[in-house]
Design a protein around this ligand. Structure first.
Ligand SMILES: [Zn+2]
Length: 342
């Protein structure tokens, strides 16, 4: 796999900008740049700088001054343990009509050729819309740092976050990386095409499927054991997750404690859960008719034949299985215990 990169703008993103910086002795890194980039370095990101330096064509910066300034920036970053693979410079001004001055994408494309990074796993970080726009054609997600009140360009489509500094940008990227890690397991609706394709593939691959549904609001060992047991009944475990509205209806106005997005995130990060998909109906009958699992599992003291979903499962030739709950755990119990301690 190709490397993942953070494409950094230079002035006001990495270093302070007095305007047409041409004196290496005046170079100062912005606060939190080192600590932010270190977080990302430890997460195996590499770094490159992509910078507009129109001072060159305006005659305000001489080529050797630019080199000295760049070297000073590299030196300061290196002292902090950060290595920049390469600095890409556009020397032009708007009137030159070049293809490399940001917001044009020339330099980002050049970087892609020379350092061969993976755009889908990389990010661009800059203080201006134009820094972000330059990476839009390659679908690279962008993060702004610092104050940004410009109106010159409309908000770039690839802008995903506005951070106050590099540290906050880095923390956001890590959060995003965590969310991406198991996002392939998360589906948005059991009625949409992506989920239908997923089910079709499972059937083509002759995988057996077990399904269960629930709120899974505050995860506890009882949930985990239950899901783990269910997953052992077939090749693939699909979990139907009640939407926030349907949890409210089932459990009362104060629930869920964790919203749907968070609950999807938690379940998708369990190794024995293969897919999670929300449903909003009072019973799982509708979702069961779509998923048609080989086995439908329910936890607790039920009698399979008496479940409302039993007839549905029976009709297409599946079976319903009741699993016992691990003793001593319930979300309600946890909440009561918590309240007593407040
Ligand atoms: Zn240029």
């Amino acid at each position: 796999m190709k490397d993942k990169y953070i494409l950094l703008d230079r002035d006001k993103t990495v270093n302070e900008d007095p305007g047409y910086l041409n004196d290496a002795s005046k170079v100062k890194l912005l606060p939190d740049v080192i600590s932010g980039l270190k977080l990302l370095k430890d997460f195996n990101f590499k770094f490159a700088i992509i910078t507009n330096q129109s001072g060159l064509s305006r005659g305000l910066i001489k080529p050797d001054e630019l080199e000295a300034v760049n070297n000073r920036i590299l030196e300061l970053l290196k002292e902090g343990g950060i290595f920049i693979e390469k600095i890409f410079v556009c020397p032009h001004q708007d009137e030159d009509n070049c293809g490399c001055r940001k917001p044009k994408d020339g330099l980002v494309k050049k970087a892609l050729q020379e350092i061969e990074f993976e755009p889908g796993r990389s990010y661009v970080v800059g203080d201006k819309f134009r820094d972000i726009v330059a990476a839009e054609s390659l679908n690279i997600d962008g993060i702004l740092v610092g104050k940004n009140e410009e109106t010159e360009f409309k908000k770039p489509a690839n802008l995903i976050f506005q951070a106050k500094d590099m540290k906050e940008a880095a923390e956001f990227i890590l959060q995003r990386e965590f969310e991406k890690e198991n996002s392939r397991k998360i589906f948005f609706s059991y009625a949409d095409e992506t989920f239908e394709n997923y089910l079709r593939n499972l059937r083509n691959e002759k995988k057996t499927m077990v399904f269960t549904n629930g709120c899974f609001d505050i995860l506890h060992p009882g949930h985990l054991q239950y899901l783990w047991q269910a997953s052992n009944l077939a090749d693939v475990l699909v979990v139907g997750l009640n939407t926030d509205e349907s949890v409210k209806k089932l459990k009362g106005q104060t629930r869920p404690v964790n919203n749907l997005k968070d609950r999807l995130l938690m379940l998708s990060n369990l190794s024995y859960v293969d897919a999670v998909v929300p449903f909003s109906e009072d019973t799982p009958v509708g979702i069961l008719e779509t998923v048609r699992p080989d086995i439908h599992v329910k936890g607790g003291d039920y009698i399979a034949e008496k479940l409302p979903e039993y007839t549905v499962v029976k009709k297409y030739g599946g079976r319903a299985v009741i699993l016992p709950f691990r003793k001593g755990y319930s979300t309600t119990g946890i909440l009561e215990k918590g309240n007593r301690r407040v």
